[in-house]
Write a protein that binds this ligand. Structure first.
Ligand code: FAD
Length: 455
């Protein structure tokens, strides 16, 4: 008789949990996974995937406008919001089924319900049919994060990103509060879809943590599309009136909106997990503390992804999950390099980046060379759009290594993904210089910047 019901019990069927469960089962482990909501977690249901689908939808508005310059005459375009929502829902349902198939196909037992950790080897499940305890050699917590709204008068009237995909009706006037990537993306997407968008951010510039030039430039480009972006602005109250929601700002001015989106922060999803009783250390916000192998303070319990509040991105949750599985059941793999995580922001235009900012390089390198190119893309010579593109390389002068690569422009994520491989391989500026461009593309600019900017 086996000592435990399972070798691994995974709590949470999102990016990290599903990847860990599948890989552990492929290593021959007996695995169960508990999920209380839809399989696929945040990314599939209310994050990356539906957001990117809506981002594609919003870009059509530009394409229709720009088509005239390329000789096309089109009838006025109109968005059918209900159709977009229905098509998105159908695709997400398809993905939910794929996730289920992927897990059951390798023998993972899926348990539908809320899980609570009782001790290092016991998980308690709240099932529709009652409660049940499962025992496991190892437990992996991958319960992700959830949006949070601060308390203020009228806070019950606002929505979070979870609700944005199914709004009914389409918000003609949208106020977005926040300056992080989720706020910027929803502001851009709904502006593209035809809403009148006002984005409010209390800080001095959006996208804190990104390169200063990039932040400045994308804010300027977003404004050029007609979206209203107000910095140093915060909300004191929201009141529902017959004509809509009255949003009062700190300096007394009021704006009317149909929907107010708060995208000001996310917290680890640890409600009801029983961390304190089980003796699993976490910080005040609930982020589970882990060591370099993602082990919590309880030796047989591990945690990955957003619940540890380190880097909240799907590929990071996936890589952490694979690292835990290899640590427990297979040959260990290379530790994840948190320094070189490429990332994109699906604003209009897109942002993508890998490596460090110019300011970080100036603090950590003895000498820095910066290459910067700002231009009007070829496509916009006929499109009529005044959108511009920015590309930037940050180079450590002593080693010639490219330590930061940043872009604002169309398909920035697609371009930067490839260059992230070069950065991981330790590419120097001289490697970039020796690389031939693909002409005519936007991306070739990254290998043709010759003159560092004067500081
Ligand atoms: C609007 C938005 C856009 C995003 N866009 C991107 C993007 O473009 N690119 C990117 O890389 N990342 C993006 N992210 C972040 C990405 O979605 C997360 O980093 C990723 O989903 C984290 O995976 P996870 O496994 O840690 O948690 P999740 O995917 O959140 O999964 C956690 C799962 O655990 C379940 N759960 C929680 N508690 C329990 C319990 N007690 N018992 C049973 N089940 C439980 C939840 O129901 C959930 O399904 C976005 C996030 C949001 C909100």
């Amino acid at each position: 008789m086996a000592e435990h019901d399972f070798d691994l019990f995974v709590i949470g069927g999102g990016s990290g949990g599903v990847r860990a469960a599948r890989m552990a089962a492929q290593h021959g482990a007996r695995v169960a996974l508990a999920e209380a909501a839809a399989l696929g977690g945040t990314c599939v249901n209310v994050g990356c995937i539906p957001k990117k689908l809506y981002s594609y939808a919003s870009h059509y508005a530009d394409a229709f406008r720009e088509a005239a310059g390329f000789g096309w005459d089109l009838a006025p375009a109109r968005l059918d919001w209900e159709r977009l929502k229905a098509n998105r829902a159908a695709e997400i349902a398809r993905l939910n089924a794929v996730y289920e198939q992927v897990l059951t196909g390798v023998g993972v037992e899926i348990v539908r319900g809320w899980a609570q950790v009782i001790d290092g080897h016991t998980v308690h499940l709240q099932l529709p049919s009652g409660t049940r305890n499962f025992s496991a050699r190892y437990i992996l917590i991958a319960t992700g994060g959830t949006p949070t709204v601060p308390f203020f008068p009228g806070c019950k009237e606002v929505v979070t990103s979870d609700s944005m995909f199914d709004l009914d009706p389409f918000p003609k006037r949208l106020v977005v509060v926040g300056g992080g990537y989720i706020a910027c993306e929803f502001a851009s997407i709904f502006h593209g879809l035809g809403a009148k968008v006002t984005q409010l951010y209390r800080g001095e510039q959006v996208l804190r943590g990104f390169d200063g030039d990039i932040r400045q430039f994308v804010a300027q480009e977003m404004r050029k599309t007609g979206l209203v972006l107000r910095l140093h602005s915060d909300v004191t109250s929201v009141e529902r009136r017959a004509s809509g929601l009255a949003v009062t700002l700190t300096h007394g001015e009021a704006i009317e909106a149909d929907t107010v989106l708060y995208a000001t922060g996310r917290v680890p999803n640890v409600n009801g997990l029983g961390l304190a009783a089980a003796g699993i250390a976490h910080n005040r916000q609930g982020a589970i503390q882990v060591d370099a192998s993602y082990r919590t303070s309880l030796a047989s319990v591990y945690a990955v992804g957003d619940v540890t509040a380190r880097v909240q991105l799907t590929p990071v949750a996936l890589a952490e999950a694979m690292s835990v599985v290899d640590h427990l059941f297979g040959p260990p793999r290379h530790a994840l390099n948190y320094e070189l995580i490429p990332t994109a922001v699906f604003t209009q235009p897109n942002v993508a980046t890998v490596g460090i900012t110019e300011a970080q390089a100036r603090r950590s390198c003895t000498g820095v060379r910066v290459y910067r190119s700002e231009f009007k893309p070829l496509r916009h010579t006929l499109s009529g759009s005044n959108e511009r593109t920015l590309m930037k390389l940050v180079v450590d002068s002593s080693s010639d290594r490219v330590v930061g690569l940043h872009m604002v422009g169309p398909d920035a994520g697609e371009i930067v993904q490839g260059l992230a491989v070069a950065m991981m391989a330790g590419a120097t500026k001289s490697h970039f210089d020796r690389t031939l461009g693909i002409h005519p593309t936007l991306a070739e600019e990254f290998v043709t910047m010759r003159q560092p900017i004067e500081i």
